[in-house]
Design a protein around this ligand. Structure first.
Ligand SMILES: Cc1cc2nc3c(=O)[nH]c(=O)nc-3n(C[C@H](O)[C@H](O)[C@H](O)COP(=O)(O)OP(=O)(O)OC[C@H]3O[C@@H](n4cnc5c(N)ncnc54)[C@H](O)[C@@H]3O)c2cc1C
Ligand code: FES
Ligand code: FES
Length: 1372
């Protein structure tokens, strides 16, 4: 078939044809889909390739082989022009509410794997891509209902996608349910099957899947056009040359015209280098066959520069079946394995090998590929102008940055020369190992350091040792210009017989050689990693020549299995440690309540399948009204400065910028109010003086969000520090300068007992010990967003992603100076809030409203991730000083605390912190407790409530103190915990107004139940045994209790019944992903069921909960504090009770007349008889029972790697008391999800700022929330259905925040493991005795742990070993 030459850009989206002739080539696929099509399932979570919310499937036709290639890609980085000829499939394209959902959507829903649903479409497409490709393989046909995909592939499909809500376990289960090799009994809790059903029955209940579900229908019209397009307009051009000659021609032309030109392959580099610069011309290199070829011959493998990383991996793996030498095959396989940890699948599928190397060469990108290819002596082929040359990769990297008219053509991994391998020296062998230390083990995180070592080794003829003939040691990504070889060390070691002494020298040389540049973070850690990796590589070879003759090269993984290194032993001796093939598994124990059906049933989350298909509408999915403008903030870069002027860069073409809105634009009668609560107010925009970094100065409003972002980025703010005091940047300074927020009396927590008396009783005291805690960012997947639409008569309608529409409403009226009844705020769903959308959302919505009001245009804002991170504030950092007294047996007699909380510049909700903190800290009986908590007002961004605000810090402080006491007494920490747990009597003393009745105190029951559930005592012994027999990994296990006070708040509800019997409910609470709508739906069905007519069982399906609308339902309040679901349920129930009362007389009358009455008839009659079928109510909890305590406990076991400081959570077991759960599936999701968010706080998430308070981590590249590979490998949760709680809403209790605190168990277990590591380190230096009073920082990141385990651990070990082996040994 003759292919047609295109004159415009043609592609398909979900089968629909698009043809565009004038495209700005910088447009991304995501921008196009979200602004020009109805397909909104691709979400913008980061815009930098790091979250997976925007993943699409790209299908490309290959006319030569007449086949379609399908791969996932991030649409936020893919340029629209580059998808010419492709078919795009989004989540709504694989299934939807109209044509039927795909089984992926249905299973995601049934496995309760969505919460806010913002990440879900991306997850679905990621899995879909894996299924599509698995079905293409020639693997055996799977059993009916399954795919050819394996369970670990299915799970890995989503390993690069972020979810901030669920904790991943249920998503992974939904994915695995498609795998032919999964034992479905291992899959987690779901709504498809019931306990005790046979496997066959269970299988039949899963939404049926067959391969036809994956027939991506590649549109015929796309097969008929040539795959590459060139588009040129007056402003810009997109060219796709198909030969080097054509490319050279384009270079010459551009040179002559002085156009700004950019070469592109897949544009993923933009994820890191977000150049805001526009280019006139883009040259797509993918059409040039020389750049896309893969050539293999006896001399090696050559990859064209545009070959994708995925394709390279596939090729390298294939070679294990080829006819290369075994050593070379091993090398290729290792390179492939390492490459598999670069970014995530949806990036690797498009990112080119050449693009990566050019980024490394030109911009010093911390590349993995450069490091590993450097070790294997790779070559690169370059074209500059019309000149061609071959260079070693090393020469290439060392050259000055590649000029713009230079092109990397190909990369060659040379084969090992025969003379260097098997033929000439039969006993010599090559060895290659690659290393990578990064916060996420399986990728999607840049490494702190990477390394690759190639060595040729042979057995020593005269002794039983190993000689290193030659080696290449390559290191990169550690804060250096580019990957480099440690040549001096290579020379030093060449020809030497390996011994502990030689290795010791090598390690020291490496530490002195691998030194990061001055401004690199964790510099000493990175150097110590280099030493550790060198040690790992060479140590197994000391005195082990038989390993070479045994051909260890054929068994690539056993380098680390050498006895000395201890890993084989680990596996053999500790039988409970079979490293699971899968990343996650879990057991969920929960009971469905039967008393108030359908309350208590694990009903599927309302709208879950819609979320999965991406049809669920978030604020930014609402189509823009005509002439809609877009805004973004200009914020202060100084902590305290006078703002003299704000200008936009004159160099940028900013034609579409419509204005800058600031405090000067507040209308007459309005107030400069950003938000207001009972605690105080904050301005919308700084008036004259900016008071913190990130303070709102103004918003820029432009025709598009991209333009507004660009303009704000280029804004030039003229600051002056004249006549200003220095800013307050520390809590100590705030105290010194009396900059303290006062606490309203109700929020002052109460002290317990007499501390001086308690101290007097103590046998021991720890005085003035210090702790510090940092901040945490919400990382809701949907950043702050709002859309404001001016309406008639000076009214305004605002769509806001908010936890507090009522506050948004009131504040907009205040700011605009209009009556409240001119404002209407609508919130349907929120893409994650976690407290960050309480008052912060008010400012965003008010900014939009002000701009809309002023410009008389609709205005929307969707903050980019960086702006959101800089302005968000996050969790409260604090400094804690404590003194504690205790008896010899560990019983604590008194605790005294002084806490300085950094509240930032405005009060926000900071006054809740002290009470929350003390509430959680009181989980132990401290004997007597006194404290002084100061809320320090500093020139940092305002800290706001983040999930479990104050509580998580309080709980941590309690554990840190308990651990210190145990360490001082050299006692087992668990016994100190147990001895200090409350009796009911002490509970009453500590929690006067919330402790409830004695039977409600379930902690003792949970504590002992958990012992059995987690097999705690046995595992404690196993951990000890593990630590005794392992040198380089240490484990710790820890059990912690959690108590968490919550308070119910008033809220509203309204229930209306339509004439067809369907019901609509509105409540004050907002659906944030916490399942509030689902619980309300169940409650409405239950409560209306009291009418007791026929057919009432099916009522659940007739109930719809709808968006919150502040005009329809006032006094909605704030959705926060974990109790809004129950309050909203109660408000809905009260409304239903009114309706039931109205319907009952009619129903009885009809029953008498007709014998039986069904729901529909009753309602028709009620309409006929003018019964009022809409009722609203306001639930106000009674003051004496509104506060109550939640109980839970967790056991976590972790393992730390002493060489890298990496921590893996091997297992977590939780028991949590949900009372009589309103919906155990929803509560399970809350427990797991909040635990993982807590794990992020304790282990991973560094929310670093500079001294001015500017957040240094501003995106997915440097802020690492948990991913699938960092959650507990085994995650078991039991929901305790405790007894009746007459004061609670149908006996239920809260689940949203308290379980977050349980994650402290991971931190405590890590500390226990670190203690073992320190003990061992001391023993090597012949220093016995404990060093257990150390503090483990939060978050306990890899550098933090490595510091504790000893940055020089391998040197210490080698010194010890040399000493213990005696100086005469050959191996010294
Ligand atoms: C989220 C994410 C995570 C990542 N994680 C890692 C990681 O852990 N380790 C790692 O090593 N890499 C990582 N990368 C980097 C990734 O490998 C590169 O972005 C990718 O390989 C670049 O390929 P590309 O085809 O998209 O290049 P493009 O983005 O199209 O180009 C990149 C740059 O190279 C130039 N260029 C491209 N090809 C050529 C050529 N042949 N000749 C001359 N100039 C050229 C372009 O002009 C541009 O300046 C990550 C990337 C992302 C987005
Ligand atoms: S939005 Fe594209 S990966 Fe995050
Ligand atoms: S459900 Fe995954 S981010 Fe909310």
């Amino acid at each position: 078939m003759e292919l047609k030459t295109p004159t415009s850009l043609v592609f398909g989206v979900n089968g629909e044809r698009f043809e565009l002739s004038n495209v700005d080539p910088s447009t991304t696929l995501l921008e196009f889909l979200r602004t020009h099509t109805s397909f909104k399932s691709v979400k913008l979570g980061c815009g930098e390739g790091g979250c997976g919310a925007c993943v699409v499937l790209i299908s490309k036709y290959d006319p030569v082989h007449d086949r379609v290639e399908d791969f996932t890609a991030s649409s936020c980085l893919t340029l629209l022009c580059s998808i010419h000829g492709c078919s795009i499939t989004t989540s709504e394209g694989i299934g939807n509410s109209k044509d039927g959902f795909h089984p992926i959507h249905e299973r995601i829903a049934g496995f309760h794997a969505t919460q806010c649903g913002f990440c879900t479409p991306g997850m679905c497409v990621s899995l879909y891509g894996t299924l599509v490709n698995a079905e293409k393989t020639n693997r055996p046909e799977p059993p009916p209902g399954f795919s050819k995909v394996s369970a670990s592939e299915a799970e890995m499909a989503i390993a690069g996608n972020l979810c901030r809500c669920t904790g991943y376990r249920p998503i992974a289960d939904a994915c695995k349910s498609f795998a032919a090799d999964v034992d479905i009994e291992d899959l987690g809790f779901n709504s498809f099957w019931r306990k005790g059903e046979s496997k066959d029955l269970k299988l039949s209940r899963l939404p049926q899947y067959d391969q036809n579900h994956n027939n991506v229908r590649f549109p015929l019209f796309l097969k008929e056009i040539k795959p590459f397009v060139s588009l040129a307009s007056e402003e810009h051009g997109w060219y796709c040359p198909t030969s080097l000659k054509e490319l050279q021609g384009l270079f010459a032309l551009n040179h002559a015209n002085e156009t700004r030109m950019k070469l592109v392959v897949s544009n993923t580099g933009m994820g890191y280098y977000k150049d805001n610069e526009g280019y006139d011309v883009y040259i797509d290199l993918r059409g040039i066959s020389e750049l896309s070829m893969i050539r293999k011959d006896r001399t090696g493998i050559e990859f064209g520069a545009t070959v994708t990383i995925s394709k390279a991996i596939e090729t390298l793996k294939e070679e294990s079946r080829g006819d290369f030498l075994s050593d070379y095959v091993m090398i290729l396989k290792k390179i492939a394995e390492h490459m598999n940890k670069i970014a995530s699948g949806f990036i690797r599928n498009t990112a080119s090998v050449g693009g990566n190397l050019v980024m490394a060469q030109r911009h010093h990108f911390p590349s993995d590929i450069a490091t590993i290819l450097l070790a294997v002596d790779s070559m690169v082929h370059i074209m500059t102008g019309t000149q061609f040359e071959w260079l070693t990769l090393e020469e290439f990297l060392e050259r000055p940055p590649l000029s713009l008219d230079s092109v990397l053509l190909s990369i060659k991994v040379p084969s090992l020369k025969l003379s260097e391998s098997e033929s000439s020296e039969p006993r010599g062998r090559f060895l290659l190992e690659t290393y990578r230390a990064s916060p996420r083990p399986l990728g999607n995180a840049l490494p702190y350091l990477n390394a690759a070592f190639l060595a040729k080794v042979s057995p020593c003829k005269d002794s039983d040792g190993t000689v290193i003939d030659t080696c290449r040691l390559s290191f990169g990504a550690y804060g250096t210009k580019h990957a480099m070889r440690a040549k001096y060390v290579e020379e030093f070691i060449a020809g030497k017989l390996l011994s502990a002494r030689i290795l010791y020298d090598v390690v020291n040389l490496i530490t002195a050689t691998i030194v990061p540049k001055d401004d690199t973070s964790h510099a000493a850690y990175r150097s110590s990693l280099a030493a550790g990796f060198i040690f790992q590589f060479f140590n197994p070879l000391i005195g082990n020549p038989e390993r070479i003759t045994n051909g260890y090269l054929n068994e690539h993984t056993n380098l680390s299995s050498v006895k000395d290194f201890g890993l084989t032993e680990n596996r053999k001796q500790v039988h409970h440690d079979k490293t699971p093939a899968l990343l996650s598994s879990g057991k969920q124990v929960l009971e469905a309540g039967t008393e108030y059906q359908p309350i208590g049933e694990p009903v599927i989350k309302s709208g879950a399948a819609l979320q999965a298909s991406g049809e669920a509408v978030f604020v930014d999915d609402i189509p823009s009204p005509k002439n809609c403008l877009h805004g973004t903030y200009i914020y202060s870069a100084k902590p305290l400065a006078r703002i003299k002027s704000i200008k936009l860069s004159p160099e940028l073409k900013l034609d579409g910028v419509r204005g800058i809105i600031s405090s000067k634009d507040i209308p007459n009668g309005g107030q400069n109010s950003g938000s207001k609560s009972s605690f105080g107010e904050e301005p919308l925009f700084a008036e004259e003086i900016a008071k913190c970094v990130g303070d709102r100065l103004a918003i820029v409003v432009a025709d598009t969000q991209k333009l507004a972002d660009m303009a704000a980025n280029s804004a030039i703010v003229d600051y002056s520090l004249e006549n200003l005091e220095p800013p307050i940047l520390s809590v100590e300074d705030a105290v010194k300068r009396s900059s303290i927020f006062q606490l309203p009396p109700f929020f002052v927590p109460s002290q317990v007992g007499d501390v001086s008396k308690g101290m007097a009783k103590a046998d021991h005291k720890i005085l003035s010990a210090e702790l510090k805690l940092g901040s945490q960012y919400y990382f809701y997947m949907e950043t702050q967003t709002a859309l404001a639409v001016p309406d008639e008569d000076n009214c305004i309608v605002v769509y806001s992603s908010s936890q507090s529409p009522e506050y948004v409403h009131a504040n907009i009226a205040r700011c605009l100076g209009i009556p409240a009844n001119n404002v209407r705020v609508i919130t349907r769903r929120v893409g994650g809030g976690f407290g960050g959308k309480s008052l912060r959302s008010v400012t965003c919505a008010t900014s939009c409203a002000l701009a809309a009001h002023k410009l008389r245009h609709p205005v929307r804002m969707y903050l980019n991730r960086k702006t959101d991170m800089i302005m968000a504030g996050g969790r409260h950092p604090m400094k804690i000083t404590y003194s504690v007294g205790f008896k010899n047996d560990g019983k604590i007699t008194a605790l005294e605390l002084e806490i300085l909380v950094n509240a930032g510049i405005y009060v926000d909700c900071s006054p809740i912190i002290p009470r929350n903190m003390i509430g959680a800290l009181k989980k132990y009986d401290w004997g007597a407790l006194s404290f002084d908590i100061k809320l320090c007002r500093t020139n940092h961004p305002s800290r706001a409530a983040m999930r479990a605000p104050g509580d998580v810090q309080g709980s941590y402080i309690a554990e840190a103190i308990i651990e210190k006491v145990a360490a001082t007494l050299e006692m087992d920490v668990d016994s100190v915990r147990s001895i200090n747990l409350h009796t009911y009597t002490s509970l009453k003393a500590f929690y006067e107004d919330s402790c409830g009745e004695p039977h409600e105190y379930t902690m003792p029951l949970i504590w002992s139940k958990l012992n059995a559930f987690a097999n705690y005592e046995v595992r404690v012994e196993m951990v000890k045994e593990f630590n005794r027999t392992n040198t380089w990994k240490k484990r710790g296990i820890s059990r912690v209790p959690v108590m968490y006070e919550v308070t119910q708040r008033a809220t509203t509800g309204k229930v209306s019944i339509f004439s067809d019997g369907s019901v609509v409910a509105e409540v004050g609470g907002i659906e944030l992903g916490q399942g509030l709508w689902t619980k309300v739906k169940q409650m409405v069905a239950f409560a209306l069921g009291a009418v007791k007519c026929d057919g009432i069982d099916g009522l659940l399906d007739k109930v719809r909960v709808v968006q919150s609308d502040t005009v329809s339902l006032i006094q909605g309040g704030l959705t926060a504090g974990s109790t809004t679901s129950e309050s909203s349920c109660e408000a809905a129930r009260l409304s239903c009770d009114i309706l039931v009362e109205r319907l009952k007389p009619l129903k009885e009358k009809l029953q008498k007349e007709m014998g039986s009455v069904n729901w529909e008839t009753l309602i028709i009659q009620a309409y006929a008889q003018s019964v009022n079928l809409s009722a609203s109510s306001f639930y106000v909890p009674s003051t004496n029972s509104s506060r109550y305590i939640n109980y839970g406990a967790a056991v976590s076991e972790v393992e730390i790697d002493l060489v890298t400081g990496e921590t893996r959570c091997l297992q977590t077991d939780i028991i949590y008391d949900c009372g009589q759960s309103l919906n155990p599936a929803v509560d399970l999701g809350q427990i797991e999800g909040s635990f993982i968010q807590g794990l992020g706080f304790f282990m991973l998430e560094e929310y670093e700022t500079n001294l001015d308070g500017l957040v240094l981590v501003d995106g997915t590249w440097n802020y690492k929330i948990p991913t699938l590979d960092t959650i507990p490998q085994k995650f078991n949760v039991q929901i305790l259905n405790s007894e009746h709680h007459p004061q609670r809403v149908l006996s239920s209790k809260a689940s949203g925040e308290p379980p977050l605190l349980l994650a402290v168990s991971v931190h405590c277990a890590t500390r226990a493991a670190a203690k073992e590591a320190k003990k061992q380190l001391l023993s090597w230096s012949n220093l016995d005795g404990p060093d257990s009073t150390f503090q483990l920082e939060v978050p306990a990141t890899m550098p933090v742990l490595k510091q504790l385990c000893g940055l020089d651990i391998v040197q210490t070990y080698l010194k010890w070993k040399m000493g213990s082996m005696g100086r005469n040994s050959n191996h010294l």
